[in-house]
Design a protein around this ligand. Sequence first.
Ligand SMILES: Nc1ncnc2c1ncn2[C@@H]1O[C@H](COP(=O)(O)OP(=O)(O)O)[C@@H](O)[C@H]1O
Ligand SMILES: [Mg+2]
Length: 349
Amino acid sequence: MILCLRPDGKDIYNFMKIGIHHNPGSFSDRWIKYCELNKIDFKIVDCYQNDIIQQLEDCDAFMWHHNHLNYKDLIFAKQLLYSLENAGKKVFPDFKTNWHFDDKIAQKYLFEAFNIPHVPTYIFYTKQDALKWVEKANFPQIFKLRCGAGSLNVSIIHSKKVAINKIKIAFGKGFFLFNRSGYLKELIRRYGAGKDILLNVLKALIRLVILSDNTKMLKKEKGYVYFQEFIFSQGFDIRVVVIGDKAFAIKRKVRKNDFRASGSGDIIYNMDEIPISAIKIAFETTNKIQANCLTYDIVFNEKEEPLILEVSFGFVMFVYDECPGYWDKNLQLHLGQFNPQSWMVELLK
Ligand SMILES: Nc1ncnc2c1ncn2[C@@H]1O[C@H](COP(=O)(O)OP(=O)(O)O)[C@@H](O)[C@H]1O
Ligand SMILES: [Mg+2]
């Protein structure tokens, strides 16, 4: 541990103290458990308090699994993390992992700037530019909001007329970030498939008319419009998670009579079903952009080449517990259970 010596002579394993913002049900559950088990010094902090910087004064590192749908997190999570990182603390997620999180507009420019194989995307910031593009566009096109997850803000547009309607809304009243009718439809689908309970369907129905306090605070999405070429996906996408020098993956089947895999809940864990080209591109991209924890949504073109749809530092924790193993940087397979959240803590050392 000579590499990690501090002026006081202690190595990093002895001196590191991590501040963790705890949100039950998020990564922090497992970060805390891992720290306890491995005697890593940590304290729970509360990011929503005005004195968060003071709370972290005695910490070398800070971890926060912030949430893309929580209005408070949307206001300041990135800014807090960047400030602390800039001031010399280790943070998770770090800047290069986080700045494009839940921002498909940022990701368009990221992928183009780094020449990362991706699905061609068209974004317009005026109604006139968008209408001009639509005249010559081929259909179908995929319409998305810059943010959202579980496919809720993603739809397929089959005609110019529908595209024009989307453009009008984008430069008019705007879109709700949380798609309540889409969420209700999704819960009805899940209930029909025996994957959810009636109570949740009823709650979503009520939320159609009575907005939650959080939804009321979310800003509307407007002032841009996002279209993307449609890639015929043969019924699935591949999701690869890279953390440091390890990667694991799942194959997600699309919903019935739909093109969208994200959030379908129909998952194949068999590692033989994961094209190794997807693992490779995920490692290469993480390396290129110098991030250290990213999930990749990947589809394949007609030449079977992987194209990245989306990146995100966050993911639904429990979904990956059934993964039978992971790949290392040399694409060697390692079978057996693992704890991705422990790898996140290890990134800070
Ligand atoms: N351009 C596209 N062509 C084909 N399928 C797509 C395209 N974009 C998205 N999809 C499908 O829709 C799903 C959701 O899209 P994504 O951009 O990942 O949004 P989300 O943030 O909701 O996960 C993907 O998992 C994929 O199955
Ligand atoms: Mg996605």
